[in-house]
Design a protein around this ligand. Structure first.
Ligand code: MN
Ligand code: MN
Length: 285
């Protein structure tokens, strides 16, 4: 079967109702209606899943965990999403369906706008959650090009709704005066790319949700994104951060792969590698 198979919301909720507590679901959310510059990320989930299951590699995480036949995670495929304002409500319902079964969600975008409804779904279950946000961009615009649901705005929506206890941003390198004021207003903790030390030790407690925008990586490691921002981190920097997380990881997303911009599948392979390590981290005892 196509690893990025598409299913309706009803079909997905029926599958979600059979999940077991503690399971991790990989869920494709193919929406790029929040994109401001180029569309394309809607086709990312299938590319990431194909790279994950490619015979070019295996499903072993670096800690030795073999994910191939591990029943603790399941690929739920891609949710069919309407290309209109109902999109966020559908995402929230799908994620809530999994959380109600005490499962955890690892979502594949899509552009970064999807993180707002995902985090909204998590806020009820995890009221003291820390949002760890890896990105070249702070995504704190109050609005962009007349849209408040742009992929440049999700962190502003999350913070003004009080959905998380802390927002910790890492890898930022494009903050303008407006976004700096927003960060100040919301009490965002920012580790700019220029201050990211090799042995970055994040003092995080309680439940953590990880939102990983692939453009945090330098374009040399991830050319397949809509917004190239040189001076970024390496794939290894992000792997080290994921593997070193001590707080419980209750959910995650990987967003902003744009297959149209990818070169020889390098970015899809990087996303699949990160997916594997996030899964291993979520399944760690
Ligand atoms: Mn982003
Ligand atoms: Mn970004």
């Amino acid at each position: 079967m196509d690893p990025g198979f598409t299913r309706s919301l009803d079909d997905l909720l029926a599958s979600a109702s059979r999940l077991r507590p503690g399971q991790v679901v990989v869920l494709g959310l193919p929406s790029d209606r929040g994109s401001s510059f180029l569309r394309g990320p809607a086709r990312a989930p299938g590319c990431i899943l194909s790279a994950l299951l490619s015979p070019a590699t295996n499903l072993c995480a670096e800690n030795g965990l073999d994910l191939r036949a591990d029943p603790r995670w399941v690929n739920l495929g891609c949710l069919e999403l309407p290309d209109d304002e109902r999109c966020h409500a559908h995402i929230e319902m799908a994620v809530t369906g999994a959380l109600e079964r005490q499962a955890r969600v690892l979502a594949l975008g899509g552009d970064h706008a999807i993180t707002y409804p995902i985090v909204k779904a998590h806020a009820g279950t995890y009221p003291t959650m820390t949002l760890l946000h890896l990105d070249a961009h702070p995504d704190l615009y109050d609005e962009l090009d007349g849209s408040r649901t742009s992929h440049a705005c999700p962190m502003a929506r999350i913070m003004e709704s009080g959905l998380v206890k802390r927002l910790v941003q890492v890898g930022i390198r494009t903050s303008n005066p407006h976004q700096r004021r927003q960060a100040e207003r919301f009490g965002v903790e920012t580790i700019e790319m220029g201050d990211w030390a090799q042995c970055l030790d994040l003092e995080l407690d309680g439940p953590v949700y990880l939102s990983l925008d692939l453009d945090v990586l330098d374009p040399a490691f991830a050319p397949g994104v809509s917004h190239h921002e040189p001076g970024g981190c390496s794939t290894r920097d992000v792997l080290r951060l994921i593997q070193g997380l001590k707080a419980p990881l209750v959910g995650a997303d990987i967003v902003e792969l744009n297959p149209d911009r990818d070169v020889a599948g390098i970015t899809a392979a990087a996303a699949a590698k990160l997916l594997k390590e996030i899964l291993a981290r979520m399944l760690a005892p």
